[in-house]
Design a protein. Structure first.
Length: 219
C-alpha cells in the first residue's frame, strides 16, 4: 500500500470565486447561529497568501467544503474573533464542517497552539474523528506540532486510531521526520501505541523509526 501525500503540506488558501461575489454590499450567507458561511479545504500545494476577509473561500481538487466561520477562525488562529463567535450559539466549539472537521481539528492541522489550548479549555472534544477518520492528533503529528501533540496526549486521545489511508499519528510523524513528535508518541509506548496499520504501512514506519529514533528497539 503506497501512502498518498498526507496533511503535512496542507495550507489554508482563500480566494473568492466570481460566481459567489454577488452584490458587493451583500454581507454574504449567514448561518442560523449568526456565523458567516465560508469554504475551507485541505490543499496539498505551495502556500499562498491568506486573505483574512470573512467571506472568503478555499479551492480544492476535491471540491469545496462548506464551513461555518468557526473553522476558518480556528485555522487562522484568530483567537479573539473565535471567542466572540463561540459565544453566539450552543456547542459551536464542536460543530463540524461538511468533511467532519471541527475547529479543534483545523487549529491542530495548522499548528495554532494557543487556539488549541483555548478550545480544549472551552470544551472541545479531542476524540472526534472526521468523516475519513482524520483526528486532531494525526494532523498535528503530520505537521510536526509537538506542543499540540502533547496537549492532546494529556487528554487521553486514542493514539492507535488509523485514518482512511491506513496511517496513525506515529506513522505521519515519522514520515515527516518530526523527531520530537515521534519521541512524544513513543513516550506513550507502555500505553500501547500502535506502529501503524497492518501491511506495507507498518514496514515503512519501522524502517523510518530505525533511521530517526536511535533508541528504537531492533528486532
Amino acid at each position: 500500500m503506497e501512502l498518498t501525500q498526507p496533511a503535512e503540506d496542507l495550507i489554508l488558501t482563500q480566494q473568492t470565486p466570481a460566481s459567489e461575489l454577488g452584490d458587493p454590499e451583500d454581507p454574504g450567507e449567514e448561518a442560523a447561529d449568526g456565523s458567516d458561511t465560508v469554504v475551507l479545504s485541505l490543499f496539498p500545494c505551495t502556500p499562498e497568501p491568506v486573505n483574512p476577509e470573512p467571506d472568503a473561500s478555499v479551492s480544492s481538487p476535491q471540491g469545496p467544503v462548506r464551513s461555518n466561520r468557526g473553522q476558518r477562525l480556528a485555522a487562522q488562529g484568530e483567537l479573539d474573533q473565535l471567542k466572540e463567535h463561540l459565544r453566539k450559539g450552543d456547542n459551536l466549539v464542536n460543530k463540524p464542517d461538511e468533511r467532519g472537521f471541527t475547529p479543534l481539528i483545523w487549529a491542530s492541522a495548522f499548528g495554532e497552539i494557543e487556539t488549541v489550548r483555548f478550545l480544549l479549555e472551552w470544551g472541545a472534544d479531542p476524540h472526534i474523528l472526521a468523516k475519513e477518520r482524520e483526528s486532531a492528533l494525526s494532523l498535528a503529528s503530520t505537521g510536526g506540532y509537538t506542543d499540540i501533540v502533547g496537549l492532546l496526549l494529556e487528554r487521553d486521545v486514542d493514539i492507535n486510531i488509523y485514518d482512511w489511508n491506513g496511517g496513525t499519528p506515529l506513522l505521519y510523524a515519522v514520515r515527516g521526520n518530526h523527531v520530537k513528535c515521534v519521541e512524544a508518541l513513543l513516550g506513550e509506548w507502555e500505553s500501547g501505541v500502535a506502529l501503524g496499520a497492518p501491511g506495507d504501512a507498518q514496514a515503512l514506519l519501522e524502517e523510518f523509526l530505525e533511521q530517526v529514533v536511535p533508541a528504537y528497539p531492533e528486532k
